[in-house]
Structure formats: C-alpha cells, structure tokens
Design a protein around this ligand. Structure first.
Ligand SMILES: [Zn+2]
Length: 291
C-alpha cells in the first residue's frame, strides 16, 4: 500500500515535535498530575500545544498518550478510561494537523518490569501494548512510535503487541545512556542488539530518544546508522534539567540544539525531534537550520 509518510521520508528529513510535559509545566500544570488526563480535562490546552509544534515546522506530532497503556493507566486508577483517553488524544492531534502532515500515536513504557526482575509475564506485557495500539490504530494514527524504552524485553513486547493489533507503520525508539564503553540501555543492551531484536519482531523504523543531549547523541546517531538500513529518528533532550528557585529549565538553547541537529542529520538521521526540555522554539530553530 502507498504510504504517504514513507514517501515524505524520501523527500526530506521529517521533523517531529518537542516535549509535551515541558509545555504543560510552562502552562502551569502540576507535573505530578498524569498528563494523559488532560486529553479529557483540558482538551484546548493539549490542542494548542500540538498546533504550536505544527506551526513551528513539525511534520509529525506525537499524541499525548505516552502513559496510555493499561498497566500504566492502572497505576493512576485510570484503566477504565483506556479507550476514551487514547481515542480523544488522537482526535486532538488530528484536529490540529494540517493537510500533508502526520499524527504519530505515542506508546511509552508500562512502568513495570518483566520477570524475573519484575512480576509481569511476557504475554501480559504484550497484551498491555496490544490493547493501547488497537485504540490508536482504530482512531486513525498515521504511524505508531514506541519510545523511551530502556529495557529491550519490554520494547520487544511492545513491538509484538502493536504488530498483533494491526498493519501500521511502526517506529521503535530506545533510550540509551553514554558510558565510557559506548552507548547502552540502563539494562546493559547495546545498539546492534536492540536493532536486531526489534527489526526481527517487525519494527519498520528505529529510533533513540531521551537522556542524551543533542551533542552526545551525534555519535549515537552514527552507531545507530551503522546498525540498520531502516529510517531512524533521533530525539535528544535539551540537556539536563536544572532547578532554581522552584523553576525547572534545561541547559541547552534552541540555537545550540539546532547546530547539533544539522550534525545529527549528517550522521545519518532521517527524522529529528526533541525530547525532554524542548519546546516549539527548539523545533523552529531546527527547521530553519535544516532548510
Ligand atoms: Zn525525554
């Protein structure tokens, strides 16, 4: 089937959006309040943030469903609202989305660990992501992005769950830390290992996001590029969070981030976005730098 997202990828670097949580905090939302609730409680706020990102130059915006899998929702007593919260999130992103741009359905970690470290069985973990993906696909996302995964076994269960839910374009993005021996997940898995497991399970595109700033992620991009022929998405943080006088801000400026984005592209990224601490100003600066 003809896929408009893949066609766009052949033409240009696809720009994703920046952080949702950072924008919600700027809007005065309590960071401890589960952001996914806002799809129902503050739909206009969520819509406005999506619009700011599209206007800043994002080609694809990620739905406010990072914590939208049943296990994660259950931690906040929201499991009954699985369908409503995820469906509404897609609707809010879609109504902000200009023609020719894209809506990416977001899937984040379950908050639980698989056996033997945790108490969740692989089938239950797969079922967890299958349930969320089913709603996202039904609601009409253009692709699904599994992101901020720091355990390969959970990421694998997520890819399997999404694959079971439907024939949707699927991107799997892991979180790596920089060590003196190279880049690893906190569980100790390296890039080639993650790529081979996730590709084998049926992910169409690969990614890395969070933890690393835009400078440290340049080398990672080269490694990820060497490990796969599939399109890759890189979403760095805006440096580390710094808290001063009760306010949290991030170390990097949009201008610094944008200079690195050009290097990230050169290192082989097909798609670039921003993770924690990035705002529409960052995405705008990257759009201008890449132009
Ligand atoms: Zn992040």
């Amino acid at each position: 089937m003809r896929n408009l997202f893949l066609e766009k990828l052949k033409e240009k670097v696809i720009l994703f959006d920046g952080a949702m949580g950072t924008m919600l905090m700027k809007a005065g939302q309590d960071p401890l309040k589960t952001p996914i609730r806002l799809n129902l409680d503050e739909p206009d706020l969520v819509t406005d943030i999506h619009k700011l990102y599209y206007t800043a130059g994002a080609d694809a915006v990620i739905t406010n469903t990072f914590g939208g899998s049943p296990l994660k929702l259950a931690a906040d007593g929201l499991e009954e609202q699985l369908v409503e919260l995820n469906r509404e999130a897609v609707r809010l992103t879609r109504r902000s989305c200009p023609d020719g741009k894209f809506v990416a359905g977001d899937i984040g970690p379950s908050g639980k660990m698989l056996k033997p470290l945790g108490d969740v069985a692989p089938e239950e973990m797969q079922e967890n992501f299958f349930a969320q993906a089913g709603v996202l696909i039904e609601a009409g996302v253009d692709l699904i992005i599994i992101e901020t995964m720091y355990a390969l076994d959970e990421a694998l269960a997520a890819v399997q769950g999404v694959r079971k839910a439907g024939d949707v374009l699927l991107l799997a993005s892991m979180t790596y830390s920089k060590t003196k021996n190279g880049f690893f997940t906190v569980m100790g898995e390296n890039i080639p290992r993650c790529v081979s497991v996730l590709e084998e399970a049926g992910a169409d595109m690969m990614g890395a996001n969070c933890t690393l700033n835009s400078t440290d992620i340049i080398d990672l991009t080269e490694e990820l590029r060497a490990a796969t022929d599939k399109p890759i998405l890189i979403q760095p943080n805006a440096g580390k969070p710094v808290t001063s006088k009760g306010l949290t801000y991030y170390e990097q400026t949009p201008a610094e981030f944008a200079i690195d984005a050009v290097k990230i592209k050169k290192a082989g990224a097909d798609m670039i976005g921003g993770c924690c601490g990035t705002t529409p100003e960052f995405i705008k600066a990257v759009a201008e730098a890449l132009r």
